[in-house]
Design a protein. Structure first.
Lengths: 202, 202
DNA sequence: CCCTTATATGGACTTATCGTCCATATACAT
DNA sequence: ATGTATATGGACGATAAGTCCATATAAGGG
């Protein structure tokens, strides 16, 4: 974000530039476009122009627009991914879900990741990247935490934790992708855990 | 229905054709492309060619590629949408979820709807159509059925049914859109209802 | 310090698709 | 039969994805 005033002054014209510098410029430009206009506003040509790089260079490092966007997204929100394990599974799950709720509703990140997921549906390479770098790691963290909770006797041992993960995280993406008019609030996050732990039968 | 090349027996050349006939040809061509190659394979030009219609005509009736695809999708799977109310909410929910599980995993419909949802993330018009014609009606049916179940004393009355709907249907779309490698089985559908009704605490 | 090599650059080019426009042909209604 | 609504082929301009080439220059070894 604070790439030392890389507006246009240091235009060096043609020729080689330091690889790390160019890479950073491209990622910053991508992140800016993503947060500003979402996935729809990202084109390789606009990124190239904004970064002061050439399309050729971009294609040298990223195979597709989707891969670039995914990289740019993490470059912008690379945090809020930790999963605390305090020993109280309900508290830990709730905390994690509330953090996600805030990320998805208080920042443009929600629309950005929605656009990336959308794009992944028709771009197998991006789908693969997304799964390996985003979805799968997050899911694994949650399942492992719940497995430890099972060992501590806080969760039944006869339930399928993968399904539980879908019932806790699925609702966020359900609202994000299919019901953009429904809010994703802290209360929503809290209710998810409580419903599932306690059950909804009288 | 035939995914042949541009079938041209009734080629009438230029000039007006019966509106209903052209409309049906276009929808059939769209459905064929969708089921065959998914959303990525649908372009207005290919639909026009396959249907023996002109792009101009397509644009006259459908505002965008997304709207056309959505229409073609329903033209192809217009069934399996009913929601039975037998008086046993667990059985009714399970039946509904199992029907959806079969639709999403045993037919190409899963990839098709995934593609449409994906496209909707960068196409506001399509997002609106999708919500009004697909997502919202289905959700409303489920929530109403659960409300009746609350009145019958089969569900607690202090829970938010909207959240419950997200915890039952969200998991399907979570797997469909973010974890295409995970299966969507009958057992998965059954487990969702059981987990939520009974709770997962020991 | 110079020279070789790796690589970024501008810009042109090809291909694909969208969406629009027009003059013309023909089904449908009066 | 006659007039009107509407589908048709085809062309056009715009946007964007990717690719390619000759050239300029940073990095790094001698």
């Amino acid at each position: 974000m604070e790439a030392h005033e890389e507006r246009k002054p240091p235009r060096r014209g043609r020729g080689r530039r330091p690889a790390a510098e160019v890479r950073a410029d491209i990622l910053a430009a991508t992140a800016a476009l993503l947060l500003d206009e979402g996935m729809g506003g990202v084109t390789i040509e606009r990124v190239a122009e904004l970064a002061g790089a050439s399309k050729t260079t971009i294609y040298k490092w990223w195979p597709s627009k989707g891969a670039l966007a995914l990289d740019g997204y993490f470059h912008a929100v690379e945090s809020a991914l930790a999963f605390e394990d305090t020993g109280d599974i309900e508290a830990d799950l709730t905390a994690q879900l509330r953090a996600l709720a805030r990320l998805l509703s208080d920042t443009p990140a929600g629309r950005v990741i929605a656009g990336i997921i959308g794009q992944a549906q028709t771009d197998p390479d991006l789908a693969d990247e997304l799964l390996r770098h985003y979805s799968r790691p997050r899911r694994d963290l949650a399942v492992e935490a719940m497995r430890r909770a099972q060992a501590r006797g806080q969760l039944r041992t006869d339930i399928d934790l993968d399904t539980v993960a879908d019932q806790l995280w699925g609702p966020f993406y359900h609202r994000l992708l299919l019901f953009p008019d429904l809010p994703i609030t802290d209360e929503f996050a809290t209710t998810l855990t409580r419903n599932l732990l306690t059950g909804i039968r009288p």
